[in-house]
Write a protein of this length. Structure first.
Length: 488
């Protein structure tokens, strides 16, 4: 029996497996051990194949990715099992990935378990903000995965968190992101969860970010959490103890609306006593309803899935107002307009136009983020007419309060909301529209420039935005020669 000693990582296993395949070593007679265990090393794992050995076996990328995912499953015999699967594959036995094959069935189950837990990690992991004076990382978190998916899942967090520095600690290691590089340190012995995820003086409870999360949780609370069995089907019990929002449940359950409580009691009604009732679905409050504040606005259904409303920002006496379509993913989280990728491009255009962002009033036609889930991303959806009409109340309020001399409409949705008509943006580029005594300068939304793949065309789009901003500035200063504007 020959032993193979590797580090407990897929990269180490892959290096050893390739060497063994090049040597033509079959799975039988191999004993795989992790470096923490004592063993006799089989050869030198990093050396190239012996002279006369066949060339390295080429492995399909998709199959290798499946093995990498399965390698995250924390089972004692994962390394010999994966080598057995790899050996069968390289011998031409493609049935090894079939659910009808015992090995294929087990491989698929391992992959499904890892992917399911990685999805739960992205759902349930909560970062806490550290005191900036303590230095990086800016955010810290604790998670107790069943499988070894820290490195696998950390890549997703690095993409989502951008340049913000963070650390995710687990019983078996920690991942560190410095804004550019990802480092994963592993421990041979499991470590217990620290009593507090902070050093003395760190404000990890009651900070603004946690308060924002709790506000989001309360706004989307469903009384189904009162049913333990129902909740366990969506969130395994082991995650309950570390939920920062669990303390809100008793109050929210008690505060649940009467209709919900009646629905819960109705489950005990005998079938013979049930009566069918035809009801018209409620489609949100009437558009005639005037909410007291933007935070409490429910004129359409977009508030249900948004983190918070995103009001306009800028000086109260701004002469130029920029109106976009709707908040994006980062705006929804930050509560401020134009802070994401489109906002950075808009900042560039504003600077090229010789303007200062601080002198402009920036807002959106819609105040809540309308999105759909695609994998781990929240992608924006096109607002419906009713949603534009519902949010027109807030846009009119801003136009009245700020009273700008000129309004720049960024994109077709903004133009429709400002004029109330279905107008083609392309027909009005480089022109002005007069509506209710206001001058409107239509141009592209910066998001359009981000979607254009051709560099030359992208530069043209950005140039059009800059020209519109320069023209708006000239109108505001009274130096522009405005031809008779179109009436809308």
């Amino acid at each position: 029996m020959n032993s193979v000693v590797i580090e407990p990582s897929f990269a180490s296993w892959r290096s050893a497996a390739r060497d063994l395949l090049a040597r033509g070593v079959s799975p039988e007679g191999l004993l795989w051990r992790e470096a923490s265990e004592s063993a006799t090393v089989f050869g030198t794992l990093d050396e190239s194949a012996e002279p006369g050995a066949p060339p390295p076996v080429k492995i399909a990328r998709g199959f290798l990715e499946r093995l990498e995912t399965a390698a995250c499953a924390r089972v004692r015999d994962r390394w010999p099992f994966l080598y057995k699967v790899l050996w069968r594959w390289t011998q031409g036995d493609r049935a090894v990935i079939s659910p009808d094959d015992p090995d294929g069935r087990r491989l698929n189950r391992m992959i499904e378990d890892v992917r399911a837990e990685e999805e739960r990690m992205h759902k349930f992991l909560r970062f806490r903000h550290r005191d900036p004076s303590l230095g990086p990382p800016e955010f810290i978190s604790w998670f107790e995965p069943v499988n070894d998916l820290l490195e696998h899942a950390a890549l997703g967090f690095a993409t989502r968190m951008g340049s913000a520095t963070w650390m995710i600690a687990t019983p078996h290691g920690a991942a560190f992101w410095d804004g550019a590089l990802l480092r994963v340190d592993r421990t041979s012995e499991p470590e217990p969860k620290p009593t507090e995820l902070a050093s003395p003086g760190e404000a990890v409870s009651g900070d603004a970010i946690e308060a924002l999360w709790l506000a989001y949780y309360e706004s989307t609370f469903a009384p189904a959490v009162a049913h333990a069995a129902e909740m366990a089907s969506h969130m395994p019990v082991r995650y309950w103890k570390s939920r920062p929002d669990a303390k809100s449940d008793p109050t929210l359950i008690a505060r649940a609306d009467p209709a919900t409580r009646r629905d819960r009691r109705a489950r005990n009604v005998p079938p013979e006593m049930e009566v069918a009732i035809d009801m018209e679905p409620l489609d949100g409050p009437s558009l005639k309803t005037k909410p007291a504040s933007l935070d409490g606005c429910k004129r359409c259904a977009l508030w249900r899935n948004a983190t918070q409303p995103v009001p306009g920002a800028g000086p109260a006496d701004a002469r130029i107002m920029l109106v976009g379509e709707q908040p994006g993913d980062q705006e929804d989280l930050a509560g401020r307009p134009f802070v994401g990728p489109a906002g950075k491009l808009l900042d560039q255009a504003i600077e090229e136009a010789g303007l200062a962002r601080e002198s402009l009033y920036l807002t959106n036609a819609l105040k809540h983020f309308k999105w759909e889930s695609q994998g781990k991303e929240r992608l924006p959806q096109q607002p419906a007419q009713r949603e534009r009409e519902a949010c027109r109340y807030w846009l009119d309020e801003e136009l009245t309060r700020i009273a700008p001399k000129v309004v720049v409409a960024l994109g077709a949705t903004a133009l429709k909301s400002l004029t109330g008509h279905r107008t083609a943006l392309s027909e009005y580029l480089g022109k002005t529209i007069e509506h209710r005594g206001r001058l409107i300068v239509p141009t592209y939304h910066p998001t359009y420039a981000l979607r254009v793949m051709d560099p030359k065309m992208r530069d043209e789009v950005i140039g059009t935005i800059v020209e519109a901003l320069v023209f708006a500035s000239q109108i505001a200063e009274g130096t522009a020669s405005v031809r008779t504007p179109f009436k809308a």
